[in-house]
Design a protein around this ligand. Sequence first.
Ligand SMILES: NC(=O)c1ccc[n+]([C@@H]2O[C@H](COP(=O)([O-])OP(=O)(O)OC[C@H]3O[C@@H](n4cnc5c(N)ncnc54)[C@H](OP(=O)(O)O)[C@@H]3O)[C@@H](O)[C@H]2O)c1
Length: 264
Amino acid sequence: MLLENKVAVIYGGGGSIGGATARVFAREGARLFLAGRSRARLEAAASVARREGAEVEIAVVDAMDQDAVDRHVTAVADATGHIDIALNAVGFDHQQGLAIADTSLEDYLYPVTGYLQTNFVTAKAVARQMRSQGSGVILTVSTPGSRLTGRGLIGNAAQSSGLEGFSRALAGELGPDGVRVVCVRPHALKDASDTSYTGVMFGRIADMSGLSREEWVAGLAATTLLGRLPLRAEVAEYLAFAASDRAASMTGVIANLSAGALVD
Ligand SMILES: NC(=O)c1ccc[n+]([C@@H]2O[C@H](COP(=O)([O-])OP(=O)(O)OC[C@H]3O[C@@H](n4cnc5c(N)ncnc54)[C@H](OP(=O)(O)O)[C@@H]3O)[C@@H](O)[C@H]2O)c1
């Protein structure tokens, strides 16, 4: 198993990517601590992960709140002695698809400050523990908006470019202490529309073009080299590899999981 004896914390652990990753990490032998906003979603993700044989604990924690996350990380470290993997898979609805003229400053900044805040908060909390143990992997999740252009993307682009820059710089800062940082950049997930905030968001964008959500998503799929969008499980499998010792020399990476919507 890839993650035997590893302790993994997942913020946004009840979400589409968080839950799928919890299941794969569980199958690979990790002990899991899932944290997020809604207890019901955390319970659901935990019960799926427990069916893979893992020990799983859940906690309702606001991943925007430094004190709350610090307390959670301290509690996990006290219980286990180490934290090997920390994934931030927090996601929330925000405005995309509008021209700059129709976008308020607040709507533009909402994803930028939100995603950069939660990733700062969780990385700061776990980095303290990982530096003291001299090992660990911090995983972040970006979007192809960091490299795309076109109308309606400015907030998503600033958020994603900022998070990728943050991840790269953090890898440089924490590398000498044995801590790796890996960012993944999946395209819109084919099988998350009914569970992710993106379902509502993509529906709004599709409406603006007079398309159904399914037609709009099919248009996205057509722009990829593989002719399809990635799946939650594919992102989760990659994260399990990146978090494992088999990827011990991998850090400062922005992993392109766009199904070929972007080429490097
Ligand atoms: N879905 C996609 O197509 C896609 C593609 C590329 C990248 N991504 C990225 O992947 C990440 C996760 O997206 P997702 O699709 O998995 O979203 P999701 O299914 O909507 O899950 C997001 C999770 O984050 C939790 N959350 C939100 N605010 C929180 C807070 N303040 N504190 C703690 N937990 C909080 C939510 O809790 P509640 O359940 O209580 O709301 C939810 O469980 C995002 O960064 C997104 O940009 C997603």
